[in-house]
Every structure is written in C-alpha cells, then in structure tokens.
Design a protein around this ligand. Structure first.
Ligand SMILES: NC(=O)c1ccc[n+]([C@@H]2O[C@H](COP(=O)([O-])OP(=O)(O)OC[C@H]3O[C@@H](n4cnc5c(N)ncnc54)[C@H](O)[C@@H]3O)[C@@H](O)[C@H]2O)c1
Length: 301
C-alpha cells in the first residue's frame, strides 16, 4: 500500500504550526497541492515556505475559522478553477491560550471561542467543500479532536472537552450523508503532544514525577510528535480508506484506558487544592491547572 496524493487538493486548517504544519508537510511530500490556512498570518506564511522548500506545492491564506464567511471565501478561492477539494483536514483548535479556571469565572467569550474553533468551524468548512466533492464523487474529511473528546480532558478548560466530544459526534453524524458519493469522514483523537504553548506548560507543570508517570501510562513509553499525528491523518485521507467512515482513531501512544481519572473535583473547587496533585500524578495525568504556572507568567505567554 503506497500513498500518492498527486493531483489532489488538500485543505489544512490551523496550519501555522504544530500538527497542522506537520500535516501540510506530509501531504505536500506525497504530491498534494496543499492549501494551508490559519489566523496567524506570518506563521502560516512561514509554514508555506517550509512546505515549499523541498519542492512541495503549498498556498497559505489568513483565515479566521470562527467566521463562516471567511471559510466560504477561502474555499471559493481554492476551487476558483472549478476543481474540487479532495481532502479537508479540520485541525484548527485548541484552548486558545486559556487556562483552567473555576467554572464560575468563565465568561461567554471564553466558552464561545473554544466551541466555535473546535466544533462550529469544522461544521461550516465541511459544508463549504461538500458540493465539489459530491460532484467529483470522491472526498476525504479528517477532523482532529482530542483524547479530551473521549474522556474528561487534561487542560481544565471546561468548554474544550465537550467541543471535541461534539466534533467526534459531528464526524459520526456527517459520515452518513455523503457516503453514497464516496466521501468518507473520520476523526483522529490525538493524545498529549508537546506541540503548542499550552501542552508545553502542562508538561512543565507536571514536574519530573508527573512526566514520568505520563510516559509510563503509554503502551509505547514515549511522547508523540506532530509527525505521528500527520501519519494517522494521511492514512485516513488516502484512497485506501474507502470503506472506513464515521470512525475515531486515537493516536496517543496506546494510552492506558484502565487509568483511573481522579479529578478530585470537590477538593479542586478551591484554588488551594488539598489533593496536592498527587492523585493526578499517580495515574499520569496532570493537575487541573487553576492558575498559570509561575514560569509561564514570567514569560508573559
Ligand atoms: N498538542 C496536543 O497535545 C493535542 C492533543 C489533542 C488534540 N490536539 C488538537 O490538535 C489540533 C492542533 O493542535 P496543536 O497542538 O498543533 O496546537 P497549535 O496551537 O499549534 O495549532 C492550532 C492552530 O489552530 C490555529 N487557530 C486557532 N484559532 C483559529 C482561528 N480562529 N482561525 C484559524 N486558525 C486558528 C492556531 O493559530 C494554531 O496554529 C487542535 O485542534 C488541538 O485541539 C492537540
């Protein structure tokens, strides 16, 4: 089984760095014409240069996926020659710089922004590419969710795990509709990867003991990389995946499912948590970070 995306047009959202950048590079390396978009203009242009330097085909555009009209305009431009998109990777997402805080401190923008980028954006972007895929009787969607969509998440950002859970269910729901046109819609649920500032501070916040416990809780006993996620995406986006749809593939190093999630919810309701984080460390999960760790504050990130 070989992967060849020559002649295929691939959209990757949130491609400025992290997983999106790795995904864009992987597709371009396999011959695709990649259309990378992100809200971060300079960084998505930088990603385009990296994709192009070994000879890959890549265009970069600034798109805020929270704005449906921007997504539609982007897809119109991508398809301005009348040719459809073959692959859509809905990767833009994350906690958008938020940190875990008590529920009563969360305002509407905190909640809405996370829901819109992680869930709503995938809905409208999928809608925008579907007519072309139906005409071509071919298409592949890969949505990037999170282990947090399968169980309570590590970030402590209340809207994040429900947004990813809903995105997983959106995958299952949408898979039914365009199936007769040869269009498959699948989902990757990544495990913890040190690919962005949030996962980086989570990693530091765990301390040596927590980091060791996290790795020991993975069957493969190592942290993953953006390239590991990209490999899963390429598989689900390939022509070979013609009879797999509506599925979720955890790409997480074989996280132990038996690990008991000890949220210690009642104790952690207060800022000064009496659990001293040990219950979390014991099962390889980080604490619920009610506050930014000191090192992050000092960096002003
Ligand atoms: N890193 C992890 O541990 C991890 C684990 C599970 C799931 N994920 C998911 O994987 C995806 C990629 O994560 P990552 O680790 O590469 O993080 P990242 O922050 O590097 O990538 C997310 C990208 O989305 C972009 N984005 C955010 N809001 C946007 C908007 N309104 N419009 C357009 N682009 C926007 C960001 O600018 C960023 O480039 C996210 O959906 C994240 O939730 C990450």
């Amino acid at each position: 089984m070989q992967y060849d995306f020559s002649g295929q047009r691939v959209i990757v959202t949130g491609a400025a760095h992290g997983f999106g950048r790795a995904i864009a590079r992987a597709f371009a390396g396999l011959g695709a014409e990649v259309w990378a978009c992100d809200i971060l203009s300079d960084e998505v242009v930088e990603a385009r240069s990296l994709v192009r330097s070994p000879g890959g085909l890549c265009q970069a555009r600034t798109v805020n996926v929270r704005v449906r009209a921007e997504e539609q305009k982007f897809v119109r431009e991508v398809c301005s020659d009348g040719e459809p998109v073959q692959v859509l990777v809905n990767n833009a997402g994350g906690v958008l710089g938020q940190v875990g805080r008590p529920l009563e401190e969360i305002d509407g923008e905190d909640r809405d922004s996370v829901l819109e980028v992680n869930l709503r954006a995938a809905f409208w972007m999928s809608q925008a590419v579907t007519p072309g895929m139906k005409r071509a009787k071919y298409g592949r969607f890969v949505n990037i969710s999170s282990g947090g969509g399968l169980r309570p998440g590590m970030t402590g950002v209340q809207a994040y795990a429900p947004a990813k859970a809903a995105q997983i269910h959106l995958t299952r729901q949408l898979a039914w509709e365009p199936g007769p046109w040869g269009i498959t819609i699948n989902n990757i649920a990544p495990g913890f990867v040190r690919s962005n500032s949030t996962s980086e501070w989570q990693w530091h916040d765990m301390g040596e003991k927590g980091q060791g416990a996290l790795i020991e809780g993975l069957a493969l006993r190592r942290l993953g990389s953006p390239a590991d996620i990209a490999h899963g995406v390429v598989f689900l986006a390939s022509e070979h995946v013609g009879w797999i749809t509506g599925q979720v593939l955890p790409v997480d190093g074989g996280r132990l499912q038996s690990c008991k999630l000890m949220m210690c919810a009642s104790a952690c309701r207060r800022h000064s948590c009496s659990c001293k984080r040990e219950p979390f460390l014991a099962c390889g999960l980080t604490s619920m970070p009610w506050r930014r760790p000191a090192w992050q504050m000092s960096r002003g990130t």
